[in-house]
Design a protein around this ligand. Sequence first.
Ligand code: XLS
Ligand code: CA
Ligand code: CA
Length: 441
Amino acid sequence: MSYFNNINKIKYEGPTSTNPFSFKFYNPEEKIGDKTIEEYLRFGVAYWHTFAENLSDPFGAGTAIRPWDKFTGMDLAKARVEAAFEFFEKLNIPFFCFHDADIAPEGDNLKETYKNLDVIVSMIKDYMEDSKTKLLWNTANNFTNPRFVHGAASSNNADVFAYSAAKVKKGLEIGKELGAENYVFWGGREGYETLLNTNLALELDNLGRFFHMAVDYAKEIGFDAQFLIEPKPKEPTSHQYDFDVASGYAFLQHYGLQDHFKFNIEANHATLAGHSFEHELRYARIHGMLGSVDANQGHPLLGWDTDEFPTDIYATTLAMYEIIKNGGLGKGGLNFDAKVRRASFEAEDLFHAHIAGMDSFAVGLKIAQKLIDDNVMDSVIDERYKSYKEGIGKDIVEGNTNFHKLEEYALGLTEIKNESGKLERIKATINQYLLRAYAGE
Ligand code: XLS
Ligand code: CA
Ligand code: CA
C-alpha cells in the first residue's frame, strides 16, 4: 500500500527549478571539502512530528489529515511504519529518530507496552534491511503519561524513578537492536514548578544516579551509541534542570559524567533559554561537547517552543559555521524536530516542510564554508585580539605574570586606546556572502 501515491522521489533539480517537489540547493552528492553534502548534514526525520502529530494546540483539536488516520491501536502503529519508510525513501533521507511512545501504543501495564514495542521494533528492523535510512537516535518518552506528573528520574516518587529506569533500559536495548548511532535524554519533566515543595539536592543527585545507571547498562549490553543530553530551560516545567549547555555541562562535571555525554542542541530551546542557536552550538563546541542538533526554529513573535521547520538562512549559515568548525557532527546529525503549521494539514505539506529545511541547511552549509575558506570571521577575530599576541597580553595568556607585575604595567600606562568592534562592517560582509549565494556565485 502507498500512503503518498501521487508523490515521486524528490530529486535535486537546482536553484531555478519551479517544481515544488524538488530540492533546489540540497544536492546530496555534491562535495564540500572531503565530504558529500549528505554526509555532512546527516538529516533525520522526527517520527513524532511527522507520523504521530495531529497538529492540535491548547485551544483546538488536531487538524492534520493523514492517510493512516483510518487505523487505530497496533494497526495504526504498523501503518505509520509503512508510511514512514515510504516517506524516507521518497525524501531520500539518511536518518530518523523516535521516542518509544511514538512507535507503539502503551499497553495496560509495562509488560504489555514492551510487547507492543517488540512487535513494532521487529517490523522497523525488517524495513531497515531494505532501506538506506538509519536510526540517528531513539529516546524514552518519560513525560506524556500522567504517571510522570512529578517528573521521571527527578520524581519525588521512587516507583516512578524505577518505572522510568525500566523504560530507558528497554530504550537502550531497542537502540542496540536497531543500530542507533546515539541515544537522547531530554528531561521533559525533570525540573520543578516551585522550590516550596522541592528537594532540589535529592532530585539532582537522583538524576546523576540515573544517568550513571544508564551508562553502566549500555556498557553491559555493548551498546556503543553516543549519549546526548538535550537542554531546554522550561516547558513543560517552569524550571528544567538541563537549562542550557552551560548548566548541563556543569551538571555533567559535578556528577562525573562529562566523558560519557555530549549535547543534542535544539535551536528553539536555545532561544527559549535567552540564547542564540549559535551561542549554544559554540559553547558546546569549544568544550568538545557538540554531539547532535535538533534543527528547527522558534517563531520570533511567540515565546514558546513552536518547533517550526528551519527556513531562516542567516540562522542556518551561522549554525553550519559552528558545525564545520567542529569538524562535522561525528555520530550526530540534523534531526528535524519540527512540525508543519496547524494550517498546513495536508500530507504533502510534510514533504514541502522537509524540502524547505534541507534546502535551507544546504545553503547555510555552502555559505558557511565560503566564510571559512575566505577567513572572514577568523581574520576579524584575530585582529580584534591581537593585543594578546605580544607584550603584556602574551605574558597573560602564557601565564607569565601576576597582579604585582600587572599593577606595575598599569601604573606605567599613559593612555588606554580601544578600537572599534566593527559590528556593522561584519554584518554587511556576511550579507554580501548571503546575497552572492542567492545570485548563484
Ligand atoms: C521537546 C523536545 C523533545 C526531544 C526528545 O521539546 O524537543 O522532542 O527532542 O524527547
Ligand atoms: Ca528536540
Ligand atoms: Ca522542542
